[in-house]
Design a protein around this ligand. Structure first.
Ligand code: ATP
Ligand code: MG
Length: 723
């Protein structure tokens, strides 16, 4: 016992051993909030105050939940596997799976990720002949999700004008469609679960009595509905310990409300001796310079509850800053540094590359791949969002639930089976009329289209029979082969990578651990398929490097919340990218949220921090000229070491305090060409070389082709003629 409490400071000790009462821990990054939360669970269990069964712990990402479970297992000798530790979505999913009937869902209900949801909304608009310019699908998704996150169903939604009235009607149509197909979107997981508990008294009482202690990490990022869900579960006398940092609230766009913290303090934490709020002020994670940079940045925000963070770890190294010519140059710099770090003995899993936007990962991934460094991408839905993966999953989903129209439409004509858009429209109309799924309505189609769809249905039935008793990975492999997907990509020009991804899906199935703890899923059980598909929608592509393999960690700043690494690279620090232009256009509030995001990014680093930006970047297929992020200016000069190796005297951006970094000097000739030289290209016409790098087969130049834009070209292939 004393072991458990040995490594805690006074405030942490107080928080861990709090008598059974509600409490709020309000503290900055790296001050041990998560450690306190985990240790408290261990302490409650080992002092016999609660059984593992009676604990509910919520955190924000799957990775964080895994880490919490692992830490707990190391602290107390209990079986943590069955414990209710997870994300809001994961826990709600678990509850709905256990009570699907009461929740009005089919046993095999599938989860729509945001891309599926968008597809569904588009389809709906088309079926109902609604102008999608007037009612943009994306906006409608947002409208629906925002309502759900407030706990508001279409039937209760208010509309003060005709336009909103129409959107509410579409929301209702969308609800019907989801119910008919037996699918739920992310927001629905929560709302459905909340309503189930609210409506069903025996069930509610059961869980209220079961959970005696509810612990919530990253409380600052809960939205209204999540907070209401917690309150409902705590209604039977459970004690809530909420842990959070207002400076790390980064999900405002998804309806998170920092106000929940104030409300919780007011409604739950008042005692006769004053509010039961504990503050932790010592940072145990980062060296002094890193912490100083974080503090310097966040103090520019106005909307804060206010906290002080200090460390006794010493200043440590300066923050390394690098300005690259291009995004590719930035990636090379980062990966070269990482190679050196690894050579010097740094463990790859202790190195994280962070970016503001998921699209940035591709260039970095490519560079890592080329240099043969194993890496893992977290967050987003990268791997499972790839086209070929979604196709394969759609076949699997249809096997589990033929009424899944989204899955049906995705693959009914993929690979092509001569089923035209017209036939599908007829089919959809027929399904709409008889209020049945597309699968069931298929018989109503006549003629050639009827035959083609009929053949598809038979294919699905055959696949179902053939895979009935196969273990999960073999099932996946079988489907990929027999559906025609593999053959399709074999003949496609750029199909190789897609085939590799499909192989990776089989790997994912093979390493997948189902609820029973069986790797590869329990053979002959539909249950393994369902949980695998759930895993595919809830989790992201975490399989680039094999499980357990040492790999460099790539993730968006959002996904890095709560985590820590010895070495952190924050890339793409450019105006418009980080801070993101969408947020900036929202004005002060948007910028403050971006700044909190920057604070989160910096405070992930323990010992070494790199910040980098590029002068040009390919975004959405176009080269953009970039200006370094204003956040770089908010880091005091004295904390920085500028690393531009080829730096020379021409300041790059005089607007930024005398220039951050510097432009490269005139490059020596590459393949007989040099910067400043005019060249001609067969397709892009005349241009001027503006940058060059690499040698021999690796030589590349960046050319400004005027109207045709800026391009990086590999000299070996580009065939440039000097003019
Ligand atoms: P974040 O706000 O980023 O989520 P946090 O407040 O949850 O951070 P933790 O992740 O719990 O912080 O702790 C940060 C690091 O400091 C961890 O490595 C943790 O083990 C360590 N740490 C926390 N408290 C102590 C302590 N009293 N002594 C030594 N190390 C500590
Ligand atoms: Mg934490």
């Amino acid at each position: 016992m004393s072991d458990l409490l040995a490594n805690l400071n006074t405030q942490q000790h107080q928080a861990v051993t709090l008598p059974p009462m509600h409490g709020l821990i309000l503290a900055g990054a790296g001050s041990g909030k998560t450690r306190v939360l985990t240790t408290r669970i261990a302490w409650l269990i080992s002092t016999g105050q609660v059984r593992p069964h009676g604990v509910l712990a919520v955190t924000f990402t799957n990775k964080a939940a895994k880490e919490m479970t692992a830490r707990l297992a190391a602290l107390v000798p209990i079986n943590v596997r069955g414990m209710w530790i997870g994300t809001f979505h994961g826990l709600c999913n678990r509850l709905l799976r256990a009570h699907y009937r009461e929740a009005g869902l089919p046993q095999t209900f599938q989860i729509l990720d945001s891309a599926d949801q968008l597809a569904m909304v588009k389809r709906l608009l088309k079926n109902l002949n609604v102008d999608d310019e007037k009612y943009p699908p994306r906006e409608l998704c947002h409208f629906i999700n925002a309502h759900k996150e407030q706990g508001v169903r279409a039937a209760q939604a208010e509309a003060y004008d005709n336009y909103t009235q129409k959107r509410v009607e579409l929301y209702a149509e969308y609800e019907n469609q989801c119910n008919r197909e037996g699918v739920v979107d992310f927001a629905e997981l929560l709302l459905r679960c909340y309503e189930l508990l609210q409506r069903n008294e025996p069930l509610r009482t059961h869980y209220q009595q079961r959970f005696r202690h509810i612990l919530v990490d990253e409380f600052q990022d809960t939205n209204r509905l999540q907070y209401a869900w917690l309150q409902l579960l705590a209604g039977g006398g459970a004690k809530i310990l909420a842990v959070g940092d207002d400076d790390q609230s980064i999900y405002r766009f998804r309806g998170a409300e920092v106000g929940n913290m104030r409300e919780f303090e007011r409604d739950y934490c008042q005692t006769s001796a004053g509010p039961n709020v504990i503050r932790l002020e010592q940072n145990y994670r980062s060296h002094g310079n890193i912490l100083a940079a974080a503090n310097a940045i966040i103090k520019n925000n106005r909307e804060r509850l206010g906290k002080n963070l200090w460390t006794d770890a010493g200043d440590g190294e300066p923050i390394r800053a690098f300005e690259a010519y291009s995004d590719i140059d930035e990636a090379r710099f980062v990966i070269d540094e990482i190679r050196e770090l690894i050579r010097d003995g740094v463990v790859p899993t202790q190195v994280a590359i962070l970016y503001r936007s998921n699209a940035q990962s591709r260039v970095l991934e490519h560079e890592l791949f080329t240099k043969g460094i194993p890496y893992k991408v977290y967050g987003g839905l990268r791997f499972f969002e790839r086209q070929e993966i979604k196709h394969a999953l759609a076949y699997l989903r249809l096997l589990g639930n033929p009424d899944d129209d989204t899955a049906f439409l995705r693959v009914v004509n993929f690979p092509t089976r001569g089923i035209g858009a017209r036939s599908l429209e007829n089919l959809q109309a027929a399904a709409h009329q008889t209020n049945s799924s597309l699968y069931n309505a298929a018989a109503s189609l006549s003629g050639k289209a009827g035959q083609a769809v009929g053949a598809f249905i038979r294919l699905v039935e055959t696949l179902r029979q053939e895979t009935q008793n196969l273990p999960l990975p073999e099932m996946v492999e079988h489907i990929i082969e027999k559906s025609g997907l593999a053959q399709h990509y074999r003949t496609e020009k750029e199909g190789q990578e897609r085939l590799e991804n499909l192989d990776e899906l089989i790997n994912a199935a093979a390493t997948f651990v189902d609820d029973e703890g069986v790797i590869g899923g329990t053979a002959g059980e539909g249950g393994a398929l369902v949980s695998f598909l759930t895993h595919a929608s809830l989790e992201s592509g975490e399989h680039q490097a094999g499980e357990g393999q040492e790999a460099v960690q790539l993730m968006s700043v959002h996904a890095a919340k709560g985590l820590e690494f010895d070495v952190v690279f924050i890339t793409g620090l450019e105006q418009g990218l980080f801070p993101h232009e969408n947020a900036v256009s929202e004005g002060k509030e948007g910028l403050e949220e971006e700044r909190r995001l920057m604070y989160v990014a910096i405070t992930r680093a323990r010992r070494r921090l790199y910040v980098s930006c590029a002068q040009t970047r390919m975004l959405h297929g176009q080269t953009r000229y970039c200006v370094p992020s204003g956040f770089l200016d908010e880091i005091p000069e004295g904390l920085l070491r500028k690393l531009n190796k080829k730096a020379e005297s021409v300041p790059a951006y005089t607007a930024y305090g005398g220039g951050y970094g510097a432009r490269p000097a005139a490059e020596p000739a590459v393949g007989g060409l040099r910067v400043g030289q005019s060249v001609e290209h067969a397709k892009f016409g005349l241009g001027v070389i503006v940058a060059s790098e690499g040698r021999g087969a690796d030589a590349r130049v960046q050319v400004n082709f005027g109207g045709a834009g800026m391009k990086w070209l590999a000299l070996e292939y580009a065939k440039l003629t000097p003019v």
